[in-house]
Design a protein around this ligand. Sequence first.
Ligand SMILES: [Fe+2]
Length: 86
Amino acid sequence: MKGLIKEAEDFLDEVKDDDVKNAGMIAEAQRVEHYEISGYGTAVRYAKELGHDAIAKKLQKTLDEEYNADKKLNDLAEKRLNDKAK
Ligand SMILES: [Fe+2]
């Protein structure tokens, strides 16, 4: 996660155009969401494998929230920010 944050900071230092910055930050935020999806997805699987169904259910709820956040970021990029950045 520290590496992803560093990557985003480096991006912001390199880019001057605000529209390109906005589009790029959406991409950086999606990288974070994908990292979280990977982690929570694994945790859900492990909880199920170990028979911890209540924990798996709670983790699944968080995983679903991460997917939803990624979808919202994707919609934002597709509908508005990427066009401005062109
Ligand atoms: Fe997230």
